[in-house]
Structures are given as structure tokens and as C-alpha cells.
Design a protein around this ligand. Structure first.
Ligand SMILES: Nc1ncnc2c1ncn2[C@@H]1O[C@H](COP(=O)(O)OP(=O)(O)OP(=O)(O)O)[C@@H](O)[C@H]1O
Ligand SMILES: [Mg+2]
Length: 232
């Protein structure tokens, strides 16, 4: 499966590039109808590419952290970037977002992209599975020398039958499938992989129709927290 995913990435990326070129008008003017269909094709290509990337992420066997691959990252900067990217969705659904981060910037050592994927998937889910006018909150704090990240929402929740399965690949609960057709069930498995890479722990509590809370704890020894000296 990984080989297939890998082989698919290049052609799909090429198709996306071609669609973009036409959409941007480099081949001459296009009619509104053409534009609409091409935009739709581009959107689907984009989803397809995300799926390929998710599969490749899960297939990567590098669970071990290699020192040379680590670089300092400000957690707050990553969070701001992810919230920026989710901005349109948040506005669309009129979801209130509450963010709590420590005063001093938290710099951690990560493999570039890990924390971004983690926040994108957790906050993305919180927004996706919360109806309009709901609330999502993200809290980052230090507790007993560990980093604690809590992402909670006032969304559809997860039933006690589904709860033990949400970190399994391709698992999607019925209420989630009913609310949002789009989804593969690979987001949380990817998050779990990342958390375990840094010797962290992830847990989830939820009540149907009330909301969901994901809590992550990263021990200091693996993630190397250095407050204050912002280098990035
Ligand atoms: N915040 C949440 N509120 C309610 N249900 C959730 C939440 N987060 C995850 N879930 C449940 O866990 C399932 C797995 O989540 P996961 O992110 O892995 O997949 P997905 O969001 O369905 O698809 P994708 O691969 O696009 O992320 C979801 O389908 C949903 O049933
Ligand atoms: Mg998801």
C-alpha cells in the first residue's frame, strides 16, 4: 500500500499543477462554468493528495527520533499558523476559539512538521465535529516539567462504544460520518504516532452531544523544553 501511495504522489501533484495553471488563466481565458468544474477537480485532487500524504506518514517506519533531524520550534508559532489556516472554517461555522498559552515562548525540539500535523488534526477535528456557534479551546501549559496540551470542543462527542477505537486506522464513528462525509480516519492514528515518538501520552474523554477533550502530555526529557530563548 505504501509503495502505491508513493507512486501516486508524483502524478497527482502534476495533475494539481496543471489544473492550477489552467485556473490561473495561463492558457487563456476560461468560462465561469469551466472554472467551476476545474475548481472542483482541484479541490478533489487536493483531498486525494492529503490522503496520499497521510498514508505515507503512517507508513514511515521512522518512529525513532534521530537527533540530527530535530530542530527548535516555538509551539505558539505553530499553533498560530494552524489557527490561521483554519480561520476560514472557524468563521464559516462561527466557532469561538479560546487559546491559552504560557507567557514565555515554549521552544521544543521536534522533527519539522510534527507539531503542525498534531495541531492540524486535533483542532481540525474539533472544528469539523462541532456544529455552528460552538466553541473550541486549546490550552498549552507546563505541568510537573511536562508539556500539557488540551484540545476541547462543544461538539457531537464520541459514544462510549466508539471511544476505544478512535485511534485505529480508518475508524470513523457513525455520528461523525453522518455529520461529515469527508474523512478517512487517519488523522488520530497519525497524531498518536507523533505523540509516542516523543514518549508522550494521549487520552480522550467525551460525552455525546456535549463535547470532547483530547489531552496530550509530553515529558520534558524527550521533547527538550527551553522557555524564553526564542531562536526561530
Ligand atoms: N473532536 C471530535 N469530536 C467528535 N468525534 C471525534 C473528534 N475527533 C475525532 N473524532 C472521532 O474519531 C474518528 C477518527 O478521527 P480521525 O481524525 O482519525 O478521522 P476523520 O476526522 O474521520 O478523518 P481524517 O482522516 O480526515 O482526519 C472520527 O471519525 C470521529 O468519529
Ligand atoms: Mg480528522
Amino acid at each position: 500500500m505504501m509503495m502505491v501511495a508513493h507512486e501516486m504522489r508524483a502524478p497527482v501533484t502534476a495533475i494539481q499543477g496543471i489544473l492550477r495553471t489552467i485556473l490561473d488563466g495561463y492558457l487563456g481565458e476560461i468560462s465561469p462554468r469551466q472554472k467551476e468544474l476545474l475548481s472542483r477537480a482541484e479541490l478533489r485532487t487536493h483531498s486525494f493528495l492529503s490522503l496520499i500524504n497521510d498514508l505515507l506518514d503512517l507508513g514511515a517506519n521512522e518512529t525513532e527520533l534521530v537527533e540530527s533531524k530535530l530542530s527548535p520550534t516555538s509551539l505558539k508559532d505553530v499553533l498560530d499558523k494552524v489557527l490561521g489556516l483554519l480561520g476560514v472554517k472557524l468563521k464559516e461555522k462561527n466557532i469561538e476559539i479560546e487559546v491559552e498559552t504560557p507567557e514565555t515562548p515554549l521552544i521544543i525540539s521536534e522533527v519539522e512538521g510534527d507539531m503542525e500535523k498534531l495541531f492540524t488534526n486535533l483542532i481540525g477535528n474539533a472544528v469539523k465535529y462541532t456544529a455552528s456557534n460552538g466553541k473550541v479551546s486549546v490550552r498549552i501549559g507546563i505541568e510537573d516539567k511536562s508539556i500539557k496540551i488540551v484540545v476541547s470542543d462543544t461538539g457531537i462527542g464520541i459514544s462510549s462504544e466508539d471511544l476505544p477505537h478512535v485511534f485505529e486506522e480508518f475508524y470513523r464513528a457513525k455520528n461523525a460520518r453522518m455529520l461529515e462525509r469527508e474523512g478517512t480516519g487517519l488523522g488520530l492514528p497519525i497524531v498518536k504516532r507523533i505523540v509516542e515518538r516523543y514518549d508522550g501520552k494521549i487520552s480522550v474523554e467525551s460525552e455525546p452531544n456535549k463535547g470532547t477533550i483530547f489531552t496530550i502530555i509530553f515529558p520534558e526529557n524527550k521533547i527538550k523544553i527551553s522557555p524564553g530563548n526564542k531562536r526561530k
